[in-house]
Design a protein around this ligand. Structure first.
Ligand SMILES: NC(=O)c1ccc[n+]([C@@H]2O[C@H](COP(=O)([O-])OP(=O)(O)OC[C@H]3O[C@@H](n4cnc5c(N)ncnc54)[C@H](OP(=O)(O)O)[C@@H]3O)[C@@H](O)[C@H]2O)c1
Length: 279
């Protein structure tokens, strides 16, 4: 194993686009070594170039002062996630931040969903993150330090129509993350659930199922920028932040879902009817 580097080390899954790419860039801007994982190698190397540019800025022109490693991997395959983490620790000597961000969507009414598509979604959104948590925890426990971020969604706290399967994967991930956070306290390892609201990325183009139209509500309130989400995550690294919720609307949804579920149902019905008209 390499001697532990002076600079902190982060692994980001789903780093080939969207939120994951921006998280990698934001961590590189803070001087982290970054290890980038996803399936599309060409997109990963674009992210790697962006990270090197941030290193050059951070280290005053010495862009090689920290490493940027593109590590192609499919997170739904346990061995590939274990290799991602193990090879990071072998090469850089430590793991400080693990961001389990890779994920995908599936649009469709619950009673029409194809079971195999739902299972594939769980393989990526839930099991991919579980493998990442387990491998990261094994690497971090001996050092009694580290931070695991699991990118769920605000609709991993309240289900929405047409996204039942996706919500189920993200609810499962939130539950896992809450359990892990407390289990990791004795080892001083921090664990954060990240709950973005609608964010402007390739997510909708990549999602499976029928093409998802935007609702009038979504058009009116717009989408968050992936950079904003990423910067909040980078700023939270190394701090005790159990959950990151990004917008006032997102926070309200989480609170109302617990206190007043019937009211949220009525709001969701408006969203449902609006989308149903467009299908
Ligand atoms: N956009 C939103 O509105 C929104 C809202 C809430 C939460 N989220 C969550 O944010 C996370 C990032 O999504 P995004 O919006 O940035 O969408 P995105 O641009 O489509 O990014 C998804 C990333 O996940 C990777 N990925 C998908 N399947 C993978 C697999 N089997 N193995 C490895 N990597 C895989 C993709 O890379 P490859 O295709 O190259 O493998 C890509 O880098 C997801 O977990 C998503 O559920 C998004």
């Amino acid at each position: 194993m390499a001697e532990a580097s002076a600079q902190p080390v982060a692994v980001v899954t789903g780093a080939s686009s969207g939120i994951g790419r921006e998280i990698a860039v934001a961590l590189a801007a803070k001087g982290y070594h970054v290890v980038l994982a996803a399936r599309r190698e060409d997109k990963l190397s674009q992210t790697a170039d962006l990270c090197r540019r941030e290193h050059a800025r951070h280290f005053a022109g010495r862009e090689d002062a920290a490493s940027v490693i593109a590590h192609p991997a499919d997170v739904s395959v346990r061995e590939q996630v274990e290799d991602l983490v193990d090879s990071t620790v072998r090469r850089l000597g430590r793991l400080d931040v693990m961001v389990n961000n890779a994920g995908s969507g599936l649009f469709g009414r619950v009673h029409e969903l194809d079971e195999s598509a739902v299972r594939r979604l769980f393989d990526v959104n839930f099991y991919g993150a579980l493998y990442g948590c387990q491998a990261a925890a094994r690497a971090m426990i001996p050092r009694r330090s580290g931070h695991i971020f699991n990118v769920s969604s605000v609709i991993g706290r309240r289900g929405t129509p047409f996204h039942g399967a996706y919500c189920a994967t993200k609810f499962a991930l939130c539950g896992l993350t809450d359990s892990l956070r407390v289990e990791m306290m004795p080892y001083r390892i921090r664990v954060t659930s990240v709950l973005p609201t609608l964010t402007d990325t390739e997510f909708f183009a990549h999602s499976a199922g029928r093409r998802r139209p935007l609702s009038e509500f979504q058009k009116r309130y717009g989408m968050m920028s992936a950079r904003v989400v990423a910067r909040r995550i980078a700023a939270a690294a190394g701090r005790d932040v159990p959950e990151l919720v990004f917008s006032a609307g997102g926070k309200l949804l989480v609170v109302l879902a617990v206190l007043w579920p019937g009211l949220v149902d009525r709001m969701m019905k408006l969203y449902h009817d609006d989308l149903a008209r467009k299908l």
